[in-house]
Design a binder for this molecule. Sequence first.
Ligand code: PFF
Length: 454
Amino acid sequence: MKVFNQRESWQSRTGFIFAALGSAVGLGSIWRFPYVVGQNGGGAFILLYLIFLAIIGFPILIAEIVIGKSAQSSPYGAFKSIGKNRFWGFSGKTLIFTGFIISSFYSVIAGWMLGYLIEAIIGHLNFTSTNLALSHFDKLSSSALWSVGWHFVFMALSILILFFGVRKGIEQKSKIMMPLLIVVVIILVVKGLTLPSAMKGIKFLFSPNWKMITPAGILIALGQAFFTLSLGQGTMITYGSYLSKNEDIPKSCFPVVILNTIISLLVGVAVFTIVFSQDLAPQAGPSLIFETIPLVFTKMKGGYFLAIFFFLLVTLAALTSEISALEPFISYLIDEKKWPRKKASIFAGIVAFIIGIPSALSFGLLKRFTILGMNFFDFISFFSINILVPLGGLLAVILVSYVWGIKKAFSHLSVSKEVFFHHRPWMAFYFKICLKYVSPVLIILILLNLLGIF
Ligand code: PFF
């Protein structure tokens, strides 16, 4: 007999791991991670990032998943049922809003990657100088048709996956796309390591240059640890809400953090061995992927295929992240407004597409339109990633540590409280210290710093 209105859930733990890993590995790991490493001291930055992952990223991931799993509802319903008042309901909505806004401009950059994948396939990425690569990128990104067009196509692909729901959509597609992504990463790493002067790239990546670490760099490492695990925007709460009540949370989350870290580092190895092989600047910044990489591939044997692999990798990674940014809003429409999934997915997709249009035009038509001195894209991404995301993380941590209470929250970490506390007392202690003291203090410092107070 068909049970109506039964909430969706993951089919297996592996399914959850692939979906959550798909969310984590995205533009943040492949596009942003290499260039922030390049600009902030290589190995020293990586070390800081790993420390932040351990003391903030992993514990907050656990906190968000436990909120979702225990409430079995969207971030709004989860925050409201645990916090038990309107403030927490509103906070839950804030997180959903953050994920949704991120999905709108994330799709713009992801659309560029998809556009570049097609450029690579039709052989348009042949550059003989940095200037040519640069002007090609400027020409495309400032074209309204190109930018909005690929934003549309990418959003439509994301909605197509979400349309099929948690098991047949998110879980099944992640189980196909993530292994494919891992294969492509390995191909690129092997290629990179066999190039002459590969060691230069490795050295740059792993030998710490402490002089390049600045207070701003420390904050970037912290923000990266947050962003890469898709925290503070309702994604992990929503993914946690599809876990069965019997799931052991640390066991299902640990592989996500480890694999995400390994993939980011491998992408770093691929990018820097390739960049150094042509003696190009590793500090190119955001344009590293669109200019430096195609330029290097032009000069390399087999570069045509490598460029295709590379942009395929980024596009796949972005797709599994984009769907995870949209899902909290969709789950809210399904849980709270009782909309059917298909209607909710299409509605979310259309609205996110429209909100994303000004971001897509920020490099062309709307170049001169600025808010606080930033173009629309820079403003909305700065505001959501640097302010709303840490705020969302802070709300989740306070909810778990001080409103719900660590003891009660932890009783949902595993099948039963006894199983968790008896078998892993050291882990309970570690999570408790990180969630009650370390994370809130560090997040508050980040926010004060942004406001110019600290
Ligand atoms: N974790 C993703 C990345 O590193 O690219 C970014 C991300 C995914 C942000 C999902 C927000 C989100 F809701």
